[in-house]
Ligand binder design. Structure first.
Ligand code: ZN
Length: 421
C-alpha cells in the first residue's frame, strides 16, 4: 500500500472516531420478506461458503490467516468422504475479509482471556455459520428506503424488508450482519444517532425521581417503586414435547432434522419473548433521573446455589444493558456486601431474614413490605447517602414534600456518565 493511501485511511479512521464520540449506536433488525425457493438457495449458499472459508482457515490458522486467503476461489475441506474442494463464488471479497477479521478478533479475545488466567481452548470448527459480516454500508449492502428493499453485494435480487420504519431519518448507517435464524433471514443494521438528540429525548421524558433495583431469581428486576419485571420463561411444554420426540428419532434421519429445526424455532420464540421483556424494562428505567443497582457478582451465583435457573434468567444481560445505559444517564452500582435484605427500609432496624421469607416484617416499627422491594429501597438509600456524603448530588429539595425520598435529584456531572461508589 502506498504511503499516501495509508495516510488517507488513517485520517478517515481518525475522523470516524471523532464523530462517534458524539453519536450513540443502535442496532435495528430487518426481516427479509417474500423469499422464493431460489432466494433461499442463494442465501443458503452464502452461509455455506462462509462456513467453508471459516473452517478452512481454522484448520491451519497460523498459515492461512495472514496470507491472502480471502482471495481464494476454492478451498479444501474435510468431509466424511475425505478432503473435498469447494468453490467460493457467492461470497464477495468484503464478506471474506469480514470473516477473516472476525477470526482475528476471536483469536485476540482468546489471547486476552488466556492472559487473564482463564482457561481457554482453540477456535473450533463450525457445523453452521449463522451470521455474515457486511462491513461497509453502500458496498456490502444498501438500503433502498423508498422501495422498502435492501441490496446485498453479489446478489442481483433486491430483497423486500420489514422494519425499516424503526430507523430514524437522521441515523447514519454503518456496518451490518446478515443473520440466519430458524424463522428466516435478517439484517442487523448498526446505526449511529446524534447523542445530543437521544439525550434530549430522554430528558424530555425524564421523571425527577431516582430508582433502586434489586436483582433476583424469581423476578429479575424489582424496583424500589414496587414494579417487577420477569423475563424468565420456563421452557415451554411444546419444547419438552419436541425434545422427547427427537430422542425417539434416528439420529441424522430426515425426521430427526425436521424436529431439530422445530426445536430451534421454539428456542428462537422463547428467546425473543425474553428479549422483549428485557427491552421493555430498560426503556422503562430510562425515564428515571438516577438508577442504582446492586453490583452483584453474577458469576458466583451461577456456580453456587441457583445453578440452572440463572442461565435462563439472563441477569447477565441486564447488567450489560445497564452499563450501556450508564453512558446516557447516571447509573450507580452499590457493592453487594451492603446488608440490603436485612435492613428495614423505613426505620433502618436490622434483623435476621431467611431466604424463605418473602415479606419483610420489621420487628421494630412493625411495617411490612415485599422482601425485594425493601431491598431495592435500601439499595437506593445507600447510594443517595454516599453521593450526598461525597457532595455529588446537585439539587435536593427539602424533604418535607411527604415522600420518603426527596423529589428532585441530579448528579453534579449529569449525563456525563456514572460515578462509581
Ligand atoms: Zn422498621
Amino acid at each position: 500500500m502506498g504511503r499516501v493511501k495509508a495516510e488517507k485511511i488513517r485520517n478517515t479512521l481518525k475522523q470516524t472516531r471523532e464523530k462517534r464520540k458524539i453519536q450513540v449506536p443502535r442496532v435495528y433488525q430487518l426481516k427479509l420478506q417474500n423469499l422464493s425457493e431460489k432466494d433461499r438457495e442463494v442465501l443458503g449458499r452464502l452461509f455455506l461458503e462462509a462456513k467453508w472459508l471459516y473452517n478452512y482457515i481454522i484448520a491451519d490458522v497460523e498459515n492461512r490467516l495472514n496470507r491472502d486467503t480471502w482471495k481464494l476461489k476454492e478451498v479444501e475441506i474435510k468431509t466424511p468422504e475425505g478432503f473435498k474442494r469447494r468453490e467460493i463464488k457467492q461470497l464477495s471479497s468484503q464478506m471474506r475479509q469480514g470473516i477473516v477479521e472476525r477470526i482475528k478478533g476471536n483469536l485476540l479475545s482468546l489471547k486476552r482471556a488466556k492472559e487473564k488466567g482463564i482457561k481457554v481452548g482453540k477456535l473450533s470448527f463450525k457445523s453452521e455459520v449463522r451470521s455474515i459480516p457486511l462491513k461497509q454500508y453502500g458496498i456490502t449492502y444498501k438500503i433502498l428506503g423508498d422501495k422498502n428493499k435492501v441490496k446485498i453485494q453479489g446478489i442481483k435480487k433486491r430483497f423486500r424488508v420489514l422494519g425499516l420504519h424503526q430507523i430514524p431519518k437522521n441515523a447514519e448507517l454503518a456496518e451490518a450482519q446478515l443473520i440466519k435464524k430458524p424463522s428466516g433471514y435478517y439484517l442487523h443494521v448498526v446505526c449511529y444517532l446524534p447523542k445530543e438528540e437521544v439525550l434530549k429525548e430522554i430528558r424530555e421524558r425524564r421523571l425527577k425521581e431516582p430508582i433502586g433495583i434489586d436483582l433476583g431469581i424469581k423476578h429479575q428486576l424489582t424496583l424500589s417503586s414496587g414494579e417487577k419485571f420477569s423475563w424468565y420463561i420456563p421452557e415451554t411444554k411444546r419444547l419438552k414435547r419436541l425434545q422427547k420426540s427427537l430422542s425417539r428419532k434416528q439420529k441424522g434421519s430426515k425426521n430427526y432434522w425436521k424436529i431439530k429445526q422445530l426445536i430451534r424455532r421454539e428456542w428462537e420464540y422463547i428467546n425473543n419473548k425474553r428479549k422483549d421483556t428485557l427491552n421493555k424494562a430498560v426503556s422503562y428505567l430510562k425515564r428515571f433521573s438516577l438508577i442504582v443497582v446492586q453490583n452483584d457478582n453474577i458469576k458466583s451465583w451461577k456456580e453456587g446455589y441457583f445453578g440452572k435457573q440463572i442461565q435462563n434468567t439472563g441477569i447477565g444481560g441486564i447488567t450489560a444493558r445497564l452499563r450501556t445505559l450508564a453512558t446516557l444517564i447516571p447509573v450507580v452500582f452499590v457493592d453487594r456486601y451492603e446488608p440490603t435484605t436485612q435492613t428495614c427500609s423505613f426505620c433502618g432496624h436490622r434483623q435476621k431474614v431467611f431466604l424463605s421469607e418473602r415479606t419483610f416484617k420489621c420487628q421494630s416499627c412493625g411495617k411490612e413490605i415485599d422482601r425485594d422491594v425493601n431491598s431495592a429501597r435500601n439499595i437506593l438509600r445507600i447510594a443517595i447517602e454516599k453521593l450526598k456524603g461525597e457532595g455529588k448530588l446537585l439539587k435536593t429539595l427539602p424533604v418535607d414534600c411527604g415522600k420518603v425520598t426527596p423529589v428532585e435529584w441530579g448528579l453534579s456531572h449529569d449525563e456525563a456518565g456514572s460515578p462509581r461508589l
